[in-house]
Design a protein around this ligand. Sequence first.
Ligand SMILES: [Zn+2]
Length: 251
Amino acid sequence: MNDQQLLRYSRHILLDEIGIEGQHKLLAASALVIGAGGLGSPAALYLASAGLGRITLVDDDDVDLTNLQRQILHTTARVGQPKAESGRDALLQLNPEIEVIALRERADDARLSELVSGATVVLDCSDNFATRHAVNRACVAHKVPLVSGAVIRFDGQISVFDTRRDDSPCYSCLFPQDGKFEDVACSTMGVFAPLVGVIGAMQAAEALKLVMGVGTSLAGRLLLLDGREMEWTSIALARNPACPLCAATRA
Ligand SMILES: [Zn+2]
């Protein structure tokens, strides 16, 4: 690290749990962020500010006026631009020392497999079950830890699915791929803006911890946030030994 980097990251380097060694791990890491919307915005901003070396932002949508209430990567001046590119501009303005790859696409299974295989950690900041399952499939196949978040109305949730560990469930252990879960979209149900900030920032925190090996991750725990009462509930998650997706890949 040069002098500018030592200054930029000094408040992390001061932490015993991080130090120079942890900062080097961040600079050498690659994070895949699926979705540059409400969750992806704060998540990617904190990954960038913390010096995570390479961030790949995937989103096939364009910035819309209705996004700006909560999607803090984007600006009024960038309405109509691709979200991935608007996000890249915001992240590089914050930290020009990192690499940001903007992909304006909706990645299918083959593409996700390719993208996940090169990632140190994956953040699912998408808004639908089809994408969440596709991201999980790729993460299970390549044993890359997945930080999963979701917010609707005044409710949020976050967990980590780390199939490098034999005791950690995958997303499908919790929500079976053939389950009857209906997507509820922000466009119809509404969403309380700061909640995506809370959950997205926590996704960044878990991702940074996983990269540096700091503390204990949320693997095996689901946190639920009731934003009306501002109360958290922690639920223990076990592996489903019969999970059709991950059972065969693990002991
Ligand atoms: Zn599973």
